[in-house]
Design a protein around this ligand. Structure first.
Ligand SMILES: [Zn+2]
Length: 388
């Protein structure tokens, strides 16, 4: 985000000098120290007092037009000590549902009684965000560039700044993503279930998205880098790039709120989950069904559908010869991702199917979840009218 766009209505905005590096506050030791009041928190060259809420603009390399660029942080440093949670969005610059999730989160009244520290980064990849692109201007993927370095590529420098100022201070993290462009994801949380030494699975269950997907750590990702530092990070995936999706936004906001309450950062606040709220279902594996020929796809299967082996998911047609070629499900499961673009090339990923031990129960969970967060039901007057 360039400097003008980074201004918010919060008057306590501060811009840091790029030359100065701040010492790291020992926020992870809150249990040992157990003071009644949080110690001040240093980010960049800014000292943040307990109870303060400030915007901090961390300097990044400027544009070639000489416009300065900053990484904007919203810091809420509670009076009382507690966990330090970071929430990041738009690590891929075109994935914007998380930007809106963080906007709503920062308006949550309960934050006035925050215990611990919330570090919100609504737009991590500011260069991609202003270009409406997943990548950096040098075409690198920021989520393959961690931990980064001070002297590396542009992506490496952004990653380095985020790690130094945010990840190193955190005890927990939530990284908000969407599907890629023209691809829609059912709200889901990714966690490594096979090597869960860091408690990410417990957090994933608390988050409450309908599906938890077993996903290995990827080299260079924010999640992998944080995990290597002992900071469990949930990756939330919901909706499509460059689009707002009200259900995905509501589910993400509620998920972050549930995690904060679980961590003891917020107390005595209802979570607006109904008494029949479904527990998330865990998928052990998933696969993408790919186009076996090029053509125009007529999709017959919405997100969240339960499919059985051999079911017809869609039909690829040849607009020049009136041929039809069905796309069939190679396994049973629930469709948790799909393409929204009917123009497909052979080999292209069309449907993402998650496999469950009990697919029927998984499908019921998804249905209950969708009706619980139905944008037509006014569940959250604090968030304002739904985006439609
Ligand atoms: Zn992403």
């Amino acid at each position: 985000m360039i400097q003008e766009a980074a201004r918010t209505r919060n008057p306590k905005s501060v811009t840091l000098s790029p030359q100065r590096r701040a010492p790291i506050a020992p926020s992870r030791n809150f249990r040992d120290a157990a003071p009644m009041i949080s110690p001040p928190l240093r980010i960049g060259d800014r000292l943040i007092a307990p109870g303060e809420r400030v915007n901090v603009n961390l300097p990044l390399p400027s544009l070639y037009t000489q416009s300065p660029v900053f990484l904007p942080l919203q810091v809420m440093h509670g009076h009382r000590p507690g966990p330090c949670l970071f929430v990041t969005a738009a690590v891929h610059g075109d994935e914007i549902n998380g930007v809106e999730i963080i906007r709503r989160l920062m308006e949550w009244h309960a934050l006035r009684h925050l215990r611990g520290t919330l570090l919100a980064v609504p737009v991590v990849n500011v260069y991609g965000f202003v270009r409406q692109s997943r990548y950096l201007p040098d075409r690198r993927d920021l989520n393959r560039s961690f931990p980064g370095s001070e002297t590396g590529s542009l992506a490496a420098r952004v990653a380095f700044t985020l790690v130094r100022e945010v990840v190193e201070r955190a005890t927990h993290g939530i990284d908000l993503h969407t599907g890629a462009i023209h691809r829609d994801n059912l709200p889901q949380v990714r966690a490594n279930l096979d090597a869960d030494g860091d408690g990410a699975l417990a957090l994933a269950r608390v988050f409450g998205a309908p599906v938890i997907l077993n996903a290995d750590l990827r080299d260079g990702s924010l999640r992998a880098e944080a995990a290597a530092r002992g900071v469990p990070v949930l990756v939330y995936e919901a909706g499509e790039a460059l689009r707002f999706d009200e259900l995905a936004i509501r589910a993400g906001l509620r998920g972050v709120q549930c995690v904060m309450r679980h961590l003891g950062m917020i107390k005595g606040v209802g979570l607006r989950r109904g008494p029949n709220a479904a527990a998330p279902v865990v998928a052990r594996s998933s696969l993408w069904v790919r186009a076996h020929q090029s053509g125009v796809l007529r999709s017959l299967t919405p997100l969240g559908s339960r499919v059985a082996h051999g079911d017809r998911l869609g039909i690829i047609t040849d607009p020049f010869r009136n041929t039809e070629d069905p796309v069939e499900a190679p396994v049973s499961g629930v469709v948790i991702g799909r393409t929204n673009l009917p123009l497909v090339t052979e080999g292209e990923a069309l449907y993402h199917i998650a496999r469950f031990g009990r697919p029927q129960a998984a499908a019921r969970t998804v249905e209950r979840f969708q009706s619980e967060l139905d944008p037509d039901a006014d569940l959250d007057p604090e968030s304002g009218p739904p985006i439609v």
